[in-house]
Design a protein. Structure first.
Length: 270
């Protein structure tokens, strides 16, 4: 089995004689797969498909590249919390061994973290704005985006693209019904291929920034996971209690956003 080959990789590293060790990310390259997944320096790699990572640093990427059951579910430890993420290739970053303090913390917290079957997880991506509002969406393929783009856009609250698509359909129908059918097919193909890019781009258009890529078993659990990393993050359709609002912080952010918009308007008019 692929998992057995991971556990049987030999290593002559002296750190292995001291007991359990974990591999951590040291640096993340600008064009690396790790950056695409929003992984960060000091993230500790704990397990692959629920199996402990026991290969040494030099052979980790080679092990991942030769892993037969892709995409794989990687377990990461960050800021005293675990989370899962799907990977389909090596992370393409440099590594180091986790510190003794990190190892002790991970071993102590591992019994509290349950890793379910890989098939029960879905990929998620979260975008967050300055007010800590979060746009959370699944990254797996949705047939509704291909079959009914209008309803898919409506479901995801993507109002500007929805307006453009409706206008495009209307104009095409006025010109020729055959043209409408052709436009519908072409847009369906586009939505089929670019679902995640569309949702991410629309979030950026609304002044959200890419925050977190991870895997969870449901939207509820995904929101609960994000709340552990940011106790003040908020969701449009929330399964978790609303966070306590800091009015001073809200006023500060509002003033900052107003100042930024004023500067952008001044540059545009200048």
């Amino acid at each position: 089995m692929a998992e057995d080959s991971i556990n049987q990789i030999p290593t002559d590293d002296p750190l292995r004689d001291k007991g359990t060790t974990f591999i951590a990310i040291e640096t993340v390259g600008r064009l690396s797969y790790a950056r695409e997944l929003r992984l960060k320096p000091d993230d500790v790699i704990v397990a692959l498909d629920g199996n402990p990572i026991t290969c040494d640093i030099d052979k980790f990427d080679e092990t991942v590249n030769s892993y037969a059951e892709m995409p794989a579910l990687l377990t990461i430890f960050r800021k005293d919390e675990f989370f899962e993420i799907f990977i389909s290739e090596s992370l393409q970053c440099s590594y180091k061994y986790a510190s003794d303090e990190e190892i002790e913390t991970i071993i102590g917290k591992q019994p509290e973290h349950e890793i379910g079957p890989k098939e029960s997880y879905y990929g998620f991506e979260a975008l967050r704005d300055m007010r800590r509002r979060v746009r959370l969406f699944r990254t797996d393929y949705s047939p509704y985006a291909t079959i009914a783009p209008v309803f898919w856009l409506l479901y995801n609250n993507m109002w500007s693209p929805l307006f453009v698509v409706l206008v495009t359909y209307a104009v095409s129908a006025l010109i020729n019904p055959i043209l409408l059918m052709l436009v519908y097919v072409l847009l369906s193909i586009y939505f089929h291929k670019a679902q995640t890019v569309l949702m991410r781009s629309y979030g950026v258009y609304l002044d959200y920034t890419c925050w977190f890529v991870f895997a969870e078993r449901s939207t509820r659990k995904a929101q609960e996971r994000l709340r552990r990393f940011d106790e003040k993050c908020r969701f449009s359709f929330s399964y978790v209690p609303e966070p306590t609002v800091d009015e001073k912080e809200e006023a500060r952010v509002a003033a900052l956003m107003k100042e930024v918009r004023a500067e952008l308007d001044a540059e545009a008019n200048g």
